[in-house]
Design a protein around this ligand. Structure first.
Ligand code: GDP
Ligand code: IMO
Ligand code: MG
Length: 426
């Protein structure tokens, strides 16, 4: 048994969902350990497309067990909608194969209201560009020790009491600071209650479930959400999400520590970002437009156009230092086809010096100047290639360049959204 953690190495949307779906073949259990429905993970099989926000990307495979760890923040209504959507497509979603940790914090209507009210209240350059899904306010309540946890679905009196207490503070903020309508505690409770009644059978001790799988020699796959530059500590603060996206959090966010030996970094062949914040290699020009159009770069959760730019080895180097990957899945290489020259950022100029890692001062990433190396591109369509040997020479050179810079083998190259458009390299 060799468990695996899959994480996004950039600003999210690297193609983690597709890779997890493929690797699920080799695992029995798939666990989400952080984030919430700010995530949008896309799986494509033939003419079917699924976008998953909360349910792990292993769910399409029958008989695989999917778990929501304690480190996730879960919106009960969105979770029920996701179950219904998958069920309508004929996917079995019984509580035998899908569980929620009793320690998982719940996103409440007032978290969403606050998230959105704060974004509206911020002036242009201060806006984070959050997904508005209540992620930050929910994690705030968890840290302030006033959160509502999934286990509270078993005790609705306790839940009602917690909602009442929470709204004393939240309503004061909503009404007096943000000029929004206050929420009625009883209405909030009645709104959330049917989802709680429905989800109660899904509650479990997730940490114990993983331990039991270990005892039976089963393989567990931990599915990261977002990307390393969105990590609350290590990302481009304050333009980040509110959880730790680094692989170390796979343990804290699931209640399990053993055998996390394989660590797979998902690297998009270029860089994208949704929302505000610094992006040193951004190409707000025809190059970025090529990536945006060829890569269909629209947010899977909010539908916003993703900002696009060249591959940044500085942030990838940092993701190696922070997450210890043992292998890489390189995605969306097909999107670079047709570019005459491909640039790669190998360092930054910062305060008159060349740096190989992102400087840590706040806003520093907004003033660094990327240093580029240039590589010749290729014109061939690579979306139907199934063997690495068939790749155009310049595409192979690009792959080898990334391996050499990071000192890590690329074990998967993805050349299209479909499951079949995947090259595995021994
Ligand atoms: P995630 O959040 O990391 O799971 O990534 P998203 O699903 O948000 O975004 C990745 C997008 O790229 C999705 O629309 C995928 O279907 C698509 N995709 C994944 N791999 C490839 C690839 O190799 N080539 C192309 N062209 N699209 C891909
Ligand atoms: P996946 O898992 C890309 C971004 C938002 C915003 C910032 C904070 O699909 O890769 P939040 O709602 O989390 O408080 O927003 O983080 N963001 C993502 N960007 N992919 C994601 O997830 C993201 N989840 C959050 O756009 O800039
Ligand atoms: Mg996504």
């Amino acid at each position: 048994m060799s468990n695996m953690i899959v994480f996004g190495s950039q600003w999210g949307d690297e193609g983690k969902g597709k890779i997890v779906d493929i690797l699920t073949e080799d695992a029995e259990m798939i666990v989400r350990f952080q984030g919430g429905n700010n995530a949008g993970h896309t799986l494509v099989t033939g003419d079917k497309k699924f976008i998953l926000h909360l349910i792990p990307s292993g769910i399409l495979h029958p008989n695989k067990v999917c778990l929501i760890g304690n480190g996730v923040v879960l919106d009960p209504e969105v979770f029920c909608q996701e179950i219904d959507k998958l069920s309508r497509s004929g996917i079995d979603i019984s509580h035998e194969r899908l569980s929620i940790s009793k320690k998982t914090h719940l996103i409440m209507p007032y978290h969403k209201a606050l998230d959105q009210a704060r974004e509206i209240a911020k002036s242009g350059k201060d806006k984070i560009g959050t997904t508005g899904r209540g992620i930050g306010p929910c994690y705030e309540d968890k840290m302030s020790r006033v959160g509502i946890r999934a286990g509270d679905m078993q005790d609705l009196d306790l839940m009602r009491e917690k909602i009442n207490k929470a709204l004393v503070e939240k309503n004061s903020l909503l009404k007096h600071l943000y000029g929004q309508d206050p929420l009625d505690p009883e209405q909030v409770f009645e709104q959330i209650k049917p989802f709680c009644l429905r989800l109660e059978p899904f509650l479990a001790d997730v940490s114990q479930k993983i331990q039991d799988a270990r005892d039976k020699g089963k393989t567990v796959l931990f599915e990261g959400a977002q990307g390393i530059q969105l990590d609350i500590d290590h990302g481009t603060y304050p333009f980040v999400t509110s959880s730790n996206t680094v692989t170390g959090n796979a343990s804290a966010g699931s209640g399990y520590f053993y055998d996390m030996k394989k660590i797979l970094s998902v690297v998009k062949a270029y860089t994208t970002r949704v929302g505000q914040g610094p992006f040193p290699t951004e190409q707000d020009n025809e190059i970025g437009a090529h990536m945006q159009e060829m890569g269909a770069e629209f947010g899977s959760t909010t539908g916003r156009k993703r900002r696009c730019g060249w591959l940044d080895l500085v942030i990838l180097r940092e993701s190696v230092r922070l997450c210890g990957p043992t292998e890489i899945a390189l995605t969306k290489l097909d999107v670079l086809s047709g570019l005459e020259t491909i640039k790669v950022c190998t360092g930054y100029e910062y305060k008159g010096q060349t740096v190989s890692y992102p400087p840590q001062e706040e806003n520093a990433m907004a003033v660094v100047n990327p240093i580029y190396e240039e590589f010749p591109g290729w014109t061939e369509d690579i979306t139907k290639i199934s063997q690495i040997q068939e790749m155009p020479a310049n595409a192979r050179r690009y792959i080898e360049m990334i391996e050499n810079y990071l000192g890590i083998k690329i074990s998967i190259v993805s050349v299209g959204p479909d499951r079949d458009q995947t090259i595995r390299i021994d």
